[in-house]
Design a protein around this ligand. Structure first.
Ligand SMILES: *[C@@H]1O[C@H](CO)[C@@H](O)[C@H](O)[C@H]1NC(C)=O
Ligand SMILES: *[C@@H]1O[C@H](CO)[C@@H](O)[C@H](O)[C@H]1NC(C)=O
Ligand SMILES: *[C@@H]1O[C@H](CO)[C@@H](O)[C@H](O)[C@H]1NC(C)=O
Ligand SMILES: *[C@@H]1O[C@H](CO)[C@@H](O)[C@H](O)[C@H]1NC(C)=O
Ligand SMILES: *[C@@H]1O[C@H](CO)[C@@H](O)[C@H](O)[C@H]1NC(C)=O
Ligand SMILES: *[C@@H]1O[C@H](CO)[C@@H](O)[C@H](O)[C@H]1NC(C)=O
Ligand SMILES: *[C@@H]1O[C@H](CO)[C@@H](O)[C@H](O)[C@H]1NC(C)=O
Ligand SMILES: *[C@@H]1O[C@H](CO)[C@@H](O)[C@H](O)[C@H]1NC(C)=O
Length: 571
């Protein structure tokens, strides 16, 4: 079951990536969730093609790497008696089958969870029992322990541990490869064999002989015999951008066409386009993220129109437009699921040297994981203001040792995501599009029941809980504001910016649009590509209004730089 098996692993990744790198969940957790989604897609694709589920699934297994394919076939084989039985036909829902085959099971003291509608003919428990009996008893699986699949899980696990470029020959923390924390994430290295050349460096000898900061400006003006970089850049205060954030900062996005049965059914399992496999691989290597299109460090024009749609704008692009000397000087240290305590583990991945490099604008933007979690007892698992202060101070104190003098730090407040539930509740999720049978409300209930959702506090029908979560978010933002008002640092000035997303939503609705258009349709949490671009607009406007001195004056030599150096070596 190619698209489906492969997509299953993407889905593991997508969920694991949010907030639950500890692989939480009950009733089988992620294995159960993957089973339900994959089987749900398989069954619907089989229906669209008038195929049997076993036929469709077996076909698709052959597109996995061979060891994984045989595990996949084994699972289908195990399922066969249940899937082929006429008697059971009416009972078969993806949830029932996944409990029947043991990838989902009831954790003591918990209830059954279901994403798809319950079976109509009999109770859920009764249906599960019947399927189990047909399969010959109780089975227990662990997806990541199956041959072939184990390797895929291990790869995913490894990529989660790194936040530095995987390919970096000269170990200067910048890469010429795009994915795997490469140049999609931080400015492209112009010489990956030379530790002295990397984005963000102060020009060495005016870059008369080589381009030490990778901004594409180097050499000597024959007319004056002075270095171009000195002539064109030294008169204006340039700055790089360093963004530290979570999956919003990382711009997490699961392409809708990979989870909509109507679109998945259009893929011929015998003739998978190589470009699809490439796209999937790239997606995995980027942790499901699209930093190259994100609101802070995005720089590419959006050409993947079948996977992600919308305009690209970013703080980096605007800083570049103000001063072409800033070319390639950006770093995105966002990570899905990051919260103020988890960034402490990898803040050392910042590539900046206080004496050798250019000043930077450091943006610390953790949108919500300090109040979002998937624990049943979600409230007591939220970060307290005291913990938050400790975590934030640790990062700021560290940044004071790496940011060059003249830098600025901007702390962004938390988002209040209470707009999600009312806007999404009644809409149909792409996974339920064939039969109109899964709403976002159903999805949230399943998330909470399984304890795997990205945000119990806001993705819930419980209005009181949503209000408590909003209040907690405001309290943490107030604490951030207090930190910026009272703390000073040697190498940078500290500022507080309200989270731009609230203003983005207000303006969007005032223009007569729907909130849902700005929310990613698969996870229904992350801002869409359109929203990312609007975040840039609002954030930039507010930075300009409140702290114009951070951005400085426009470089009067910009046109000259373009005339002499073209696209400055691109990105
Ligand atoms: C599937 O069967 C239904 C009715 O049995 C028919 O209307 C439909 O065209 C068939 N679809 C395909 C893809 O063969
Ligand atoms: C991921 O790796 C860590 C440390 O290497 C290990 O403790 C953990 O069990 C692994 N998780 C999975 C899902 O393999
Ligand atoms: C940072 O990179 C991530 C991952 O690609 C991306 O989703 C996010 O939008 C980027 N953040 C910014 C602020 O550009
Ligand atoms: C893969 O991505 C490219 C853009 O990079 C896009 O043109 C192509 O349609 C995608 N392929 C598939 C099968 O979606
Ligand atoms: C993006 O598109 C604009 C307008 O079409 C063009 O000027 C610019 O060079 C493109 N940027 C990249 C990185 O391709
Ligand atoms: C920064 O650069 C200076 C000068 O090359 C060097 O002595 C120092 O060790 C560097 N600092 C760090 C933290 O690498
Ligand atoms: C989070 O919730 C779980 C149970 O839901 C509880 O066991 C744990 O102690 C909580 N953690 C914190 C830090 O409160
Ligand atoms: C809603 O959430 C609040 C706070 O967690 C809780 O006290 C209350 O019992 C919940 N209400 C329902 C109907 O579950």
């Amino acid at each position: 079951m190619l698209p489906k098996c492969v997509f299953a692993f993407l889905f593991i990744f997508c969920l694991v990536n949010f907030n639950i790198s500890d692989g939480r969940g009950i009733n089988g957790g992620m294995d159960c969730a993957v089973c339900t989604v994959v089987l749900g897609l398989s069954i619907q694709v089989a229906q669209i093609h008038n195929d049997t589920i076993v036929g469709a699934s077996t076909k698709l297994c052959s597109f996995l790497p061979s060891a994984a394919a045989s595990s996949c076939r084994k699972i289908v084989k195990t399922l066969e008696p249940a899937l082929l039985s006429d008697e059971l036909y009416e009972l078969i829902t993806p949830d029932v089958v996944c409990y029947g085959i043991g990838l989902c099971y009831k954790t003591p003291g918990e209830n059954y969870c279901h994403l798809f509608p319950k079976p109509k003919m009999m109770g859920f428990h009764h249906a599960v029992t019947k399927v189990k009996k047909n399969l010959g008893g109780n089975l227990r699986w662990n997806l990541c322990s199956l041959p072939g699949i184990r390797d895929i899980c291990a790869d995913i696990n490894r990529s989660l541990e790194r936040i530095e470029p995987a390919v970096d020959v000269d170990k200067d923390w910048f890469s010429t490869v795009q994915s795997a924390r490469g140049s999609f994430w931080r400015g492209k290295d112009c010489d990956d064999a030379d530790t002295v050349a990397y984005p963000g460096r102060q020009a060495v000898l005016g870059d008369a002989f080589s381009d030490s900061n990778c901004n594409g400006i180097h050499g000597i003006d024959p007319a004056t015999a002075s270095a171009w970089e000195t002539q064109l850049c030294s008169g204006s205060v340039g700055k790089g951008l360093i963004y530290m954030g979570d999956s919003v900062g990382a711009h997490f996005h699961f392409p809708e066409r990979w989870m909509d049965p109507l679109q998945v059914a259009q893929i011929d399992p015998w003739d998978i386009p190589t470009s699809l496999l490439q796209n999937v691989t790239q997606w995995i290597l980027n942790e499901g993220d699209w930093p190259q299109l994100g609101f802070a460090t995005g720089y590419l024009n959006n050409t993947q129109s079948s996977l992600i749609q919308g305009p690209v704008d970013s703080i980096y692009l605007r800083m570049l437009a103000m001063n072409r000397c800033n070319h390639r000087d950006f770093q995105n240290l966002s990570r899905n699921g990051a919260a103020t305590n988890t960034v402490l583990a990898y803040m050392q991945s910042v590539a900046r040297n206080a004496t050798k490099d250019r000043p930077a604008l450091f943006i610390y933007g953790l949108y919500g994981n300090d109040v979002c979690n998937n624990y049943k007892d979600t409230i007591s698992n939220m970060t307290t203001p005291e913990e938050l202060r400790k975590n934030v101070m640790a990062v700021l104190e560290f940044m004071d040792t790496v940011l060059p003098e003249g830098s600025h730090a901007l702390i962004v407040g938390l988002v209040d995501a209470s707009f999600i539930y009312p806007a999404m509740r009644d809409l149909v999720h792409p996974l339920g599009r064939l039969h109109n049978d899964i709403t976002y409300g159903d999805l949230y209930e399943w998330f909470s029941c399984m304890q795997i959702g990205p945000c119990n506090g806001w993705m819930t029908a419980n209005e009181t809980l949503r209000a408590i979560t909003s209040k907690a978010s405001k309290r943490l933002s107030a604490e951030l504001k207090k930190i910026t008002a009272t703390q000073t640092f040697n190498n940078f000035k500290l500022h507080y910016l309200d989270n731009p997303l609230g203003e983005v939503m207000d303006e969007w609705v005032k223009q007569g649009h729907k909130v849902a258009e700005l929310i990613d349709p698969i996870d229904s949490l992350h801002p869409s590509q359109m929203a990312q671009a609007l975040i840039t607009e609002v954030a930039w406007r507010n930075i300009k209004k409140q702290f114009p001195y951070i951005l400085g004056e426009e470089n009067p030599n910009n046109d000259k730089i373009i005339e002499l150096f073209g696209d400055q070596g691109g990105h």
